[in-house]
Design a protein around this ligand. Sequence first.
Ligand SMILES: *[C@@H]1O[C@H](CO)[C@@H](O)[C@H](O)[C@H]1NC(C)=O
Ligand SMILES: *[C@@H]1O[C@H](CO)[C@@H](O)[C@H](O)[C@H]1NC(C)=O
Ligand SMILES: *[C@@H]1O[C@H](CO)[C@@H](O)[C@H](O)[C@H]1NC(C)=O
Length: 287
Amino acid sequence: MRSPKRWTQKAIRSMAHGVAASLLLLLLLQIPSSLSAGSAAHPAYADPASCAASSLDLDPMRGAEHDGAGGRILDITHAYREDMPSWESDEGLGRFVWLAKSMANGSQANNSDMKLPAHSGTHVDAPGHVFQHYFEAGFDVDTLDLHVLNGPALLLDVPRDKNITAEVMESLHIPRGVRRVLFRTLNTDRQLMWKKEFDTSYVGFMKDGAQWLVDNTDIKLVGVDYLSVAAFDDLIPSHLVFLESREIILVEALNLENVKPGIYSLHCLPLRLRGAEGSPIRCILIK
Ligand SMILES: *[C@@H]1O[C@H](CO)[C@@H](O)[C@H](O)[C@H]1NC(C)=O
Ligand SMILES: *[C@@H]1O[C@H](CO)[C@@H](O)[C@H](O)[C@H]1NC(C)=O
Ligand SMILES: *[C@@H]1O[C@H](CO)[C@@H](O)[C@H](O)[C@H]1NC(C)=O
């Protein structure tokens, strides 16, 4: 059997190229301490006697706790859940990860498989999403500009009684030079991302609102708090307006609860899914 240390080093080497490498490394670097409590049979099976005493230490830290009092990092990504809403479905996302190989069934390690629509949960759209010629030319999520996805961003509240029209956009008075804006809407108040059933009455951009943004602002990253930047009634027209120039990146289904309006440092990293016009994305704000 390979020693836990060698296993960890090998894993680190092979994952160092991944986009989310730093997050994975954090997880991996915690492995040796839990391994050391293991029995001789398999280092990951805890010695039953030490189980009760160590169980407190083994509680995984969940996203929501990163933004505890005094925290500087706000996680604005929704965790993937079976009961999170999924596009035009009443059933929610459903099962998206399962153990393909498990220690309980005699495997050396637990290994999960996953399957999920590229546009589920907190995700990003690439130009190929609504333009066939961009799709064919390869404008997939791996071509999105990390300089647009990372940098100063403005979080603001939009009026709760309308979709985002040209009139609404104008009333927000977003200064020239602002390149990234996260729009918090009625969707957050209605907690739509916590309802399993897809809801077509969500707030989003109407075509004239998208056009106003393109014509009158310097915004290159548009973030919203439900599954689409475009209102359901203007679904394709608004996407076409945003994505035509290939300069604007759309980040959808952000979790903007419990965040004060203002300026933050935004950091968003999609997966490098070649050939995909959408991808799950991890987004954080740093105060
Ligand atoms: C592996 O998965 C099994 C379920 O098949 C679970 O009981 C066990 O706790 C897992 N082991 C580890 C080390 O995560
Ligand atoms: C283990 O194998 C049994 C029998 O093939 C199967 O029913 C069960 O779902 C498997 N469990 C896991 C966690 O893979
Ligand atoms: C926004 O538009 C949707 C249709 O796309 C509609 O159902 C909803 O009522 C509108 N919301 C508001 C606040 O006007």
